[in-house]
Ligand binder design. Structure first.
Ligand SMILES: C[S@@+](CC[C@H](N)C(=O)[O-])C[C@H]1O[C@@H](n2cnc3c(N)ncnc32)[C@H](O)[C@@H]1O
Length: 277
């Protein structure tokens, strides 16, 4: 990675390190419920991941490992990787408290093939991961390298079309129409955001307010995976997403966020599976 990317990683890592304690304590993530035995995976991944019992699985950008541990409870042998040392420390602690055998590795996504010698039956990437990565082709090459031949990626993400839109009046209630606000296609400079609170809704003010985020269009993501030697076996667009993209979104009883009734429907997330040939 270039120096510019190193700066991006340092800015983003500081932010992620700071939010871990807030997220672990937040009702958004449901750590307490997980420790009490609840299945905290959301309905889309629950319906789509299939049978992973007995499979080796690497969860890339695993945050503090709650989803990783939920996948372990389904019988997979799991390894989570994240570049936030606070996230990895929290993941190890929660694994111990839950009595779940899991491996957590601290490191940059782009270094994963060197940091982890094992190759896996499954790679798992979900909800708010690839937007932190400047180079989507490099990401796809890492995914391909981490898989055994015949191994499969499951990716579940915010939809890049939706991520290009914003409700300009979101801070004041969010009743206004969605407008194209951010680039859809990637490849350029990062979008620089300044936000002093995190997405889980707590009021805690953050010291690390700045983040660098990258757009990746659907075609760019698919082409990157195909070029890296994976073949697409599944692709679906969804009308619900794991976090509130805009003030007008409503949370359902299934913890998913949707546009209000009567609003033209739009894809707000997508999922895919791709197999290493
Ligand atoms: C929104 S979280 C991942 C989503 C996960 N489903 C969750 O919410 O539990 C994004 C994660 O990506 C990690 N991350 C961002 N850039 C990274 C990089 N270059 N290498 C490794 N991890 C990275 C952050 O530390 C953070 O834990």
């Amino acid at each position: 990675m270039t120096i510019a990317h190193d700066e991006t990683f340092a800015i983003n890592r500081a932010r992620w390190d700071e939010v871990v304690a807030i997220h672990v304590a937040s009702p958004f993530y449901r750590v307490k419920e997980f420790l009490a035995g609840e299945d905290i995976l959301l309905p889309i991944e629950r319906a789509e991941i299939g049978d992973i019992a007995g499979k080796s699985l690497v969860h890339l950008q695993c945050h503090f490992g709650l989803d990783t541990l939920a996948l372990a409870r389904r019988g997979a042998t799991v390894t989570g990787l994240d570049f936030s040392s606070n996230a990895i420390a929290a993941a190890r602690e929660i694994a111990t408290r839950a009595g779940i055998d899991a491996r957590f590795v601290e490191g940059n996504l782009y270094d994963a093939p060197n940091l982890i010698a094992e190759r896996f039956d499954r790679a798992y990437v979900s909800w708010g991961a690839i937007g932190w990565l400047p180079d989507i082709k490099g990401w796809a090459r890492v995914v391909a390298e981490m898989l055994k031949p015949g191994g499969e990626l499951y990716l579940l993400e915010g939809h890049p079309f939706a991520l290009a839109l914003d409700q300009p009046d979101r801070e004041t209630g969010g009743t206004g129409p969605l407008r194209p606000t951010f680039n859809y296609f990637g490849g350029g400079a990062p979008l620089v955001f300044e936000e002093d609170t995190t997405y889980t809704g707590e009021a805690t003010k953050l010291a690390n307010t700045k983040t660098h985020v990258f757009s990746h269009g659907i075609g760019e993501i698919l082409s990157a995976l195909l070029e890296a030697g994976l073949s697409l076996t599944y692709f679906k667009e969804h009308d619900s997403v794991a976090w509130s993209l805009w003030g007008m979104m409503l949370e359902g009883p299934d913890r998913m966020y949707r546009l209000p009734e009567g609003h033209p429907n739009l894809p707000v997330s997508f999922s895919l599976k791709a197999r290493k040939v």
